[in-house]
Design a protein around this ligand. Sequence first.
Ligand SMILES: *Cc1c(COP(=O)(O)O)cnc(C)c1O
Length: 599
Amino acid sequence: MEYGLSTNTYNVPQSDKPISPSNFSAEHHVFSNLRAIDYYLSVNAGHMLDLPIFSGGLGVLAGDTLKSAADRGVSLAAVGILWNKGYFKQNFWFKDGQVPEETNWDPCSYPGLVELEPRVEIPLKKETIHLKLWKFDVWSYDKKHVVPLILLDSNVEQNSEFARKLTDQLYRSDNAEWKILQRVILGIGGMKAFQKLGYPIDIYHLNEGHAALAFLENPKGRFAYTCHTPVAAGHDRFPKKALQEILQDEAFTLLKKYGQDSGHSDLINLTELAMTTAQHVNAVAMKHGEVTRLQFPQYKDKIQSITNGVHTHTWISEPVKALLDRFQEIGDWRKSPALLNNVLNLKDNPEFRKGLWEAHQANKKNLCKTLKGWQIRDDVFTIAWARRIAAYKRPSLILQDVERILDLAKRIGPIQIIFAGKAHPKDDLGFTHVNEMLSTIDGLEKHRDWIRVLMLENYDTYFGKLLSSSVDVWLNNPLPPFEASGTSGMKAILNGVLQLSTLDGWVVEAADKNVGWIFGWEHHGTDIGDERNLRLKEDAANLYGMLENIITLYYDTNREDGLNLNSDWITKMIHAIAQGSFFNTDRMVGEYEQKIWQA
Ligand SMILES: *Cc1c(COP(=O)(O)O)cnc(C)c1O
């Protein structure tokens, strides 16, 4: 359904033709506890818009997967949707919270994106939907291979006014009909596109259940399916009646046979459809594997887990790259990210320790430069929370008790907190969190010398890379066990940014690897629990207790009288980078090849 390719920072596509100004990123406003500055200044990134066909981590992971498949020379083609109006552009309005706006961009002048001649048609009960095809080549780091990404677009003349809008907005959720038709386009249209283009395909990999209707177009095909979330809203269920009105009779009969929801006789469940029809099913981290087997016990023998990763070349920053290149004994980590583990041999090398701190400071200076209007300082403890705003991710956890943070700042040293993230426009709970955070930040105006809090508008991969490479601590506090994996922390460890996290998702596999600190409530046992019971009070108290030690260690490392080169902080940074040897999509794609595609 979505791909985030970070085309704004990695393998930026070039073109001789003029590029529409709408394909460049607009200014980002900031909501901070320096309100006067927010009115006058904004961050003008001025870079190209990342191909705006994704919403968050799921899409970025899909993009990273294609890049690693290209790096490894895997014979793979991908299909998705060309979202003519993107996801949405986020604006913060005080007292109103998040105000969404359409993203306007111009596919025709987006470099690297080409329209193909063949088209496909999907005959449905009421009308036939015509799809235009686009292609975007995803290049390997060494430019030796490409993975073609085919994008489907219903904005064509033959379609009704209604059908032309179906590929406008990602995750538009006005009603069941919209959602079903978007999934029809992806699943059935995607399958038809591969046939039309003549790609000889052995196995179809459904990345999320959104694509599960592909089975209806090719019931004899071989399928694999990756499930990405234990959160209820992430699993598509539709009334049979709505599907019957859309699909042709033969397809609907197949769907009733294979897609029955086990809890509700009137519903079709795309997750169950995918689990039934796929030979291989996988979850995206070990812990998520356990949880998925608990949630879907009838398929438990099929469900394995392959832990997510990130694309090393995209997320590692230039200063860290330069440092790794200076120490040849690490080896060719570009070719083989597994070699990053060799940094552990440099743990006691003062040159490397010093170089790593300097690389970190160079990244942090870059952040300070971008946010210079807000007087962000490179010698002040800085922590970030940045990802999609969803209730289970608990964006406001660190703001639960501002008196406690203020006390920490006054006793130990000043604190900078940076937030960024979008809430789905129909997610009322997420929306409430944004509102609550804006008013808490506003209330901190008079404490600005002790705590500086910034909330960046319109989070994207540009800010994703900027923040995950430059802050001191990456805060990740989902309510266990609802974070299937999480990937932003993997971007951070590649840059020596330490993790402060609850025990969930990928972090469970790194918990004993000395990459930071674990806090908060833990999930054990067979009861998955309730994603609405957020445990904010108890976990916030736990978080502040942990921060006391962390901030103390930070100011004991970055001392006023100079750097403490022997600090445990720097040792942890080295362990963090070493873990990048595992939490990358090169290793992940290798596991997919071995355990699924060639199994
Ligand atoms: C990596 C990334 C995410 C994923 O963040 P999680 O912490 O894994 O949820 C979301 N949005 C953007 C823009 C990203 O780059």
